[in-house]
Write a protein of this length. Structure first.
Length: 260
């Protein structure tokens, strides 16, 4: 029984069914409130200095900040978040999804306090998408409801952009990325490691098998005249002559021919 199984048996009552649906709903609500009063969003961000001044609600409310101010894109963003949340809860169950999300939240909060920067929920939501891609790599998403793309390809593109940002961005960005994706590596790291090791071992075994197969197909004897081998004629006998060459008995030099 895995550690998560033990935790679920003991603390399963802490699961939040429909967690991502709730977050998506609050994203929609905050978007509307933010359009009515843009300063409202500033009261929700994860700002270490403001938290230390007593605004502790920021430790949670930052996850409700929508990723865009566009009426069109917010629809896509909320529907997509809802979609991947449903898929993850179906694959994992409510408890594991709750643990996964809150581990990412804790990592993001810790990074924000160490580096003193306003951290968004963008990378935290990205960890959800990468987890979804792990379970449903061949699922097809219609970008803008028109272009069909497999989830795994979108995940690779997203990962490439994050790596680029990690290389070129400031330390605060790097730490935000590592913190928010820490839950992904905690949950999937051992599986990724074992999969890589199994592929490497399979590759080694495959090469060894090919080598053994190839060595069995290579002839041990070879006539210097007719180029016959024991593979072409199993009845042939071979001798090594004084000149150091190997011959079948039919083409053995006369001086080397066995007496009758």
């Amino acid at each position: 029984m895995s550690l998560l199984d033990k935790l679920e048996r003991r603390f399963g009552f802490l699961a939040v069914p429909g967690l991502i649906r709730i977050i998506a709903g609050f994203n929609a609500l905050v978007f509307i409130l933010g359009r009515l009063n843009p300063e409202f969003l500033q009261q929700l961000s994860l700002d270490r200095h403001q938290v230390l001044r007593g605004e502790v609600w920021r430790l949670i409310t930052y996850i409700f900040i929508p990723p865009t101010n566009s009426f069109i894109w917010i629809i896509f963003a909320i529907l997509f978040l809802w979609f991947i949340g449903e898929g993850l809860e179906q694959a994992w169950g409510a408890f594991r999804l709750t643990v996964f999300y809150f581990v990412g939240m804790i990592g993001t909060t810790v990074a924000a306090f160490f580096f003193g920067s306003n951290f968004s929920n963008t990378m935290l939501n990205a960890s959800l998408f990468f987890a979804f891609a792990r379970f449903y790599p061949d699922a097809v998403i219609y970008v803008l409801f028109v272009l069909p793309v497999k989830v795994k390809w979108l995940a690779w593109v997203s990962a490439a952009l994050l790596v680029l940002g990690f290389v070129t961005g400031p330390n605060s960005y790097r730490m935000a990325l590592l913190a928010a994706l820490g839950n992904y590596f905690i949950f999937f790291g051992p599986e990724i490691f074992l999969s890589a090791r199994n592929r490497r071992e399979s590759s080694v075994r495959r090469k060894r098998f090919k080598g053994e197969t190839r060595s069995k197909e290579e002839p041990l004897h070879h006539c210097a005249v007719c180029e016959a081998t024991e593979l072409t004629d199993s009845n042939l006998e071979f001798r090594v002559a004084l000149d150091g060459e190997e011959y079948c008995t039919q083409h053995l030099p006369r001086a080397e021919t066995p007496a009758h």
